[in-house]
Design a protein around this ligand. Structure first.
Ligand code: GDP
Length: 842
């Protein structure tokens, strides 16, 4: 019976629907009655139920199909269940499913209804709200309009009153009309205005809603809306940008192109500073260029220029700092110029008599005329010719002084006297001197010296000079030549007259009435007098009390001493004087300038000192990585001979250093650890000991403590008075560092005819010496088809049964190699000897 109930409930649900599978169900009427009533009562909306079931005919069909199938196919049916039972079960299942679907549909429908209701209510509320707003706004507009009207009316009334008071009666109409018109116009405008205002209000509403969907700056910053969180860094950047903008700082995009002043050298950080770029960026781009420098290092102007260009700025090269500008660079007026004596340098090969000639001239012209004949060596002296001309001779013979002066920009020499010994003719240094003079554009006069010697051959000198494009007058050229003898004094006057003549041709002039400018010829630290410099005045007149700057030093002229050792109060153009009152020792070739104040002098000197320091640093530091590596590699392969040089004057010291630099080759070089002017001291000895260097003293001696110290420490001190001796000695020492060259001599060849095996010896070659000799002690190579297949020594060399030392060409012999056995008939034995050859630096 329960099954029957189920069936009925199914039927009742489908009341009146008459679906296919259900309608045909048995006993439906019965069950229906008993149950359907209560059931149908529960259903809220009949139509809904229909809607759900109808669109799902598949479910019913399937159900029916299934039922049918189950019924029609008893095999698939669980055992012991009758057809009726089966059908009943299926129906119950279907009913449950239908119920489920129905409920879901019901829920959906309810939801929809509620949603509709909500919508409707909202619309109502919105409409109401809108109405309210509109009404409000209309009211407000009206109130405003009224207020305006009132104001206008008042103003009009005021104007009318004023006009009435001021104007005649007839004009009263105007204001009255306008007063009338105003409200009329206002009335007409009011509705339009209201519309506009409403529009605006609506628009505002729209704006608001639109804006609410947008991200405001505030929202973004607080991260409130849209969840878009900005990073701290981004915020900071933003703030920084805002701050920079506020401060008027340049924004990155608008790059400012600067004019960057770059002196000869500049510290990296300073360069960055001048470009207003970050130091790190500058260092980075230097590194990209292969320059490994830090921000505190100095780079040269050329490198700086590349950097400045890379950063898009303009470079302005400044050769000297502004401080130098106080030095007067004015060109003298032609009218102010007065004749001045020529300055002469004597050059020539060693031992051709330069010193002798200088002495002879001085003695002949100075000593004779001076009481006591005391002459003082100050590096230059003046003589008067018989014809009354004054000549200034630089008393520092040799090319080094001349070139080192010239390299410092101090061109002091007007005329070169080329000394050539008549018995020796043109020598290497003669040619060098010719080249120097030519390079400097200085005219020459040839002094053919030692004419007193029997071997003198002045014509040979003239002829040889011709080969070097020095065409003397005797060879119908323009170069004056004079035959002289420094020993006998022959031709000296002629030589001086020739110089005077040459000077006349040159028309040498200078303005004596201006701030003095001169060149340092020699400088030294005098124990009693402090730093002393011999200055050759070139322009103006140097006076006692003048404030000057000279190279990196400065001072005030305390005293002037001339070449005769006498105090003078002033020195004009071409006059050499010793200057006292320096604050330090300048260098030969330094230029002296008189300035106005001590402050200026000090400032310039300090600037030059720091510039020089920077330049030295730049030269050392600003090497590219490649250069550094190459240098390191070179250094590994080069042997160095360290030396210390102490000399009497700066000029000699520099000349020696320059000569030292020239000694050596790619294997050996001389390194001057230190050089200076003055006696050899204990400090020098200490330095020499530390580096295992000898000390070369040129016209100076070691003081007592230095001598003792050198003895104790085994430091070698050598004294010289001729630069060339010093150079030769150093050369010899450097040559000692050259590894001996090994030379090979081929002394013979032998051909292997037969190969024997000898017990206890191994293979022995029966040979014929075809060339030279075979020597037991010599080295041998085994050649097969002209290819070296072994190199070694002989174990045995036999002639018949006897061991011999040598076998001559054409003889037969037996040979066996030390530790080598692979020998064949037809092989050739090459016999050679090695020799170690000591090499010399040239
Ligand atoms: P320097 O190296 O060129 O300075 O030559 P020196 O002046 O030292 O002279 C070298 C050598 O030549 C010395 O021994 C001089 O005495 C000698 N000497 C220089 N001039 C003459 C000369 O005119 N006649 C002769 N006979 N010897 C001279």
């Amino acid at each position: 019976m329960t099954a029957g109930k189920d069936e009925e409930s199914q039927m009742s649900d489908n009341d009146g629907k008459k679906t296919l599978g259900v309608r045909g169900g048995p006993r439906s009427g019965n069950v229906k009655q008993s149950f359907s009533h209560g059931r149908t009562k529960n259903v809220v909306v009949e139509t809904k139920r229909k809607r759900v079931v109808v669109p799902k005919p598949g479910a019913a069909k399937t159900g029916a199909g299934k039922g049918g199938q189950a019924i029609g196919d008893p095999s698939k049916r669980p055992a012991g269940i009758s057809d009726a039972e089966m059908e009943r079960r299926m129906k119950a299942l279907q009913a449950a499913k239908a119920r489920e679907a129905e409920e879901a549909a019901q829920r959906e429908a309810d939801e929809k209804a509620r949603e509709e209701e909500r919508m409707r209510r909202r619309e109502e509320a919105e409409a109401k709200e809108r109405e309210e707003r509109e009404r409000e706004e209309a009211l407000k507009a009206k109130a405003e309009e009224e207020a305006r009207k009132k104001k206008e009316a008042e103003e009009a009334a005021k104007r009318a009153a004023a006009a009435a008071a001021a104007a005649p009666q007839g004009e009263e109409k105007g204001p009255a009309r306008s007063q009338k018109a105003a409200p009329a116009g206002g009335a007409a405008a009011a509705p339009r205005k209201k519309e506009r205002e409403e529009d605006r209000a609506r628009g505002k509403g729209r704006d608001d809603s639109r804006r609410s969907g947008k991200l405001t700056v505030n929202q973004a910053l607080t991260g409130g809306e849209g969840g878009r969180q900005k990073s701290m860094a981004a915020m900071k950047r933003k703030q920084e940008r805002a701050r920079q903008k506020a401060m008027g700082a340049p924004v990155e995009r608008e790059k400012v192109v600067r004019d960057v002043q770059v002196p000869e050298t500049i510290v990296v950080s300073e360069l960055a500073n001048r470009m207003a770029e970050r130091v790190a960026d500058v260092v980075k781009s230097l590194m990209k260029m292969g320059m490994m420098v830090t921000q505190n290092q100095t780079i040269d102007a050329d490198t700086a220029e590349l950097i400045v260009e890379e950063f898009g700025h303009r470079i302005q090269r400044v050769s000297d700092a502004d401080v130098e500008d106080v030095i007067q660079q004015i060109e003298d007026d032609e009218a102010d110029l007065q004749p001045r004596p020529p300055v002469i340098t004597i050059m020539g090969h060693v031992d051709h008599g330069k010193t002798s000639l200088l002495d002879a001239i001085r003695n002949a012209k100075v000593v004779a005329g001076e009481a006591g004949g005391i002459t003082q060596h100050i590096g230059a002296y003046q003589v008067k010719t018989d014809s009354g001309s004054t000549l200034t001779f630089l008393d520092t013979p040799g090319h080094a002084a001349f070139t080192s002066m010239r390299s410092r920009g101090a061109q002091v020499t007007d005329i070169v006297v080329l000394v050539v010994a008549a018995d020796d003719s043109v020598m290497p240094q003669t040619i060098e001197a010719i080249n120097h003079a030519k390079a400097a554009g200085v005219p020459m006069i040839v002094a053919i010296n030692k004419i007193d010697k029997p071997a003198a051959d002045p014509n040979k000198v003239r002829a040889e000079l011709l080969q070097h494009e020095v065409i003397v007058e005797a060879m119908s050229g323009e170069v004056q030549d004079v035959e002289v003898s420094a020993v006998t004094g022959q031709g000296l006057d002629e030589l001086l007259e020739a110089i005077a003549l040459q000077a006349e041709i040159l028309e040498l002039k200078a303005n004596p009435d201006r701030a003095a400018e001169g060149a340092v010829i020699e400088a030294q630290l005098d124990v009693g007098r402090g730093p002393v410099a011999t200055v050759l005045v070139q322009k103006g007149t140097l006076k006692q009390g003048d404030i000057f700057v000279v190279g990196e030093q400065w001072g005030r002229v305390r005293a002037l001493v001339d070449d005769k050792g006498e105090r003078v109060s002033e020195a004009g153009p071409s006059v050499p004087v010793e200057v006292l009152g320096l604050n330090g020792t300048p260098e030969a070739g330094d230029v002296l300038n008189v300035v106005d104040t001590e402050a200026q002098a000090r400032e310039i000197a300090e600037y030059r000192e720091s510039a020089a320091k920077e330049k030295r640093a730049a030269a050392g530091a600003a090497a590219t990585l490649e250069q550094l590596m190459q240098k390191a590699k070179d250094d590994e392969n080069v042997k160095e001979l360290p030396i210390l040089v102490k000399a009497d004057v700066q000029g000699s010291a520099e000349a020696i250093v320059q000569a030292m630099e020239k000694i050596g080759n790619e294997e050996v070089r001389v390194r001057v650890l230190h050089y200076g002017v003055g006696a050899i001291t204990e400090t020098d000895v200490g330095l020499a000991e530390a580096s295992g260097a000898p000390i070369m003293g040129f016209n100076v001696r070691a003081n007592a403590s230095a001598r003792n110290s050198a003895n104790q420490k085994g430091v070698e001190i050598r004294y010289y008075s001729v630069i060339y001796d010093l150079v030769d000695d150093v050369k010899a020492a450097a040559s000692g560092l050259l590894s001996a060259e090994i030379r090979e001599h081929f002394i013979g060849y032998a051909e292997i005819r037969e190969v024997f095996k000898v017990t206890g010896v191994g293979k022995v070659a029966g040979c014929l010496v075809t060339e030279g000799v075979a020597r037991r002690s010599a080295g041998v190579r085994l050649l097969r088809d002209d290819v070296v297949i072994h190199e070694g020594t002989l174990k045995t060399l036999k002639r018949f049964k006897d061991e011999v030392k040598e076998v001559q060409s054409g003889q037969e012999c037996g040979m066996a190699f030390e530790n080598y056995d692979d020998i064949r008939p037809g092989d050739v034995i090459e016999i050679f000897e090695r020799e170690e050859v000591e090499r010399q630096l040239d």
